[in-house]
Design a protein around this ligand. Sequence first.
Ligand SMILES: [Fe+2]
Ligand SMILES: [Fe+2]
Length: 410
Amino acid sequence: MAASAAELALMTPINPISKFSRPSSKFATLRPQHFRFRVSASSPPAAATAPPKKKKANKTEIKESLLTPRFYTTDFDEMEQLFNTEINKKLNQDEFEALLNEFKTDYNQTHFVRNPEFKEAADKMQGPLRQIFVEFLERSCTAEFSGFLLYKELGRRLKKTNPVVAEIFSLMSRDEARHAGFLNKGLSDFNLALDLGFLTKARKYTFFKPKFIFYATYLSEKIGYWRYITIYRHLKANPEFQVYPIFKYFENWCQDENRHGDFFSALLKAQPQFLNDWKAKLWSRFFCLSVYVTMYLNDCQRTAFYEGIGLDTKEFDMHVIIETNRTTARIFPAVLDVENPEFKRKLDRMVEINQKIIAVGEGQDIPLVKNLKRIPLIAALVSELVAAYLMPPVESGSVDFADFEPRLVY
Ligand SMILES: [Fe+2]
Ligand SMILES: [Fe+2]
């Protein structure tokens, strides 16, 4: 994943970054054309030259919150059934074999090679930016590693039932391991390291049924793709903000995420029951909302990072949300009308409420008083979420699904 991979996908000619440097009013004009984010793991400093054993002593400390990157697990037996070619005649093995060949090509095999610029850049970075930068590397590494764990297990569990799909999952786990490893090497430039073995055992895993894994992972790969490519293009156009060389790798890197997204798109098409009814529409909108809001609230708590690389946080996020939504609309049967200015207004109100919730947590009150103060704020946040969910959606979906008519219209 990239902030994950589901974001990667099929498709779309990518819009130039110059587009998102325009004033935010532009968002009002971009109407849909019909078509169609873990661990604030703060590793205590460890000498870069310290032997691996010492790392254990400096265990990674994990600050969990609703917005931290998660690890996922699923019902692997149900997954096996879904990919059993004898049960599911809609599985297009030719398409999966073509995708497998793409993954076997391994376009980025020699891409992730470091150079002395990394350490030099890290040494120059001081003060708050250094701290927030470390957090960016930690969160990104955790997100990538989460993808690695899930894909690796799927590759293992599907081996007998569907060897082609299983091998694709294994090759995607190869990509995610590479991404996580590269980010962890980046942390070593700051004399830190995430203990990924410890993380694997210590983190809680969120269980999602296969259907929800598909929605969440597709979105996660796609949004990751749009985040990486947007940062890459912005820094290419504004090299004075190129504070650390890792961003130069994002162009090819995000193509991995794009391929992962393509694969999930093919998986969803092979399971039309996850796309073609009224429940699918409701769940599609739910997952879009969860992913977009989580990213927006997370990023708005970290504006120093985005400003540090010359981005306006909200403008960056809205660009990513709009592009991800347009991409997602090619496959999901319904998406949110994120280009309606009211959607952004709701997101901004959620940021304000979230800031108040954080301020209560950081205050001096006893826990009981804190909880009492949180109640109306959480109610207000939920109310904004529900209102955003209930905004009139955008009917969408691939033309490939025309033959699943009649569809419920609501
Ligand atoms: Fe990915
Ligand atoms: Fe990735």
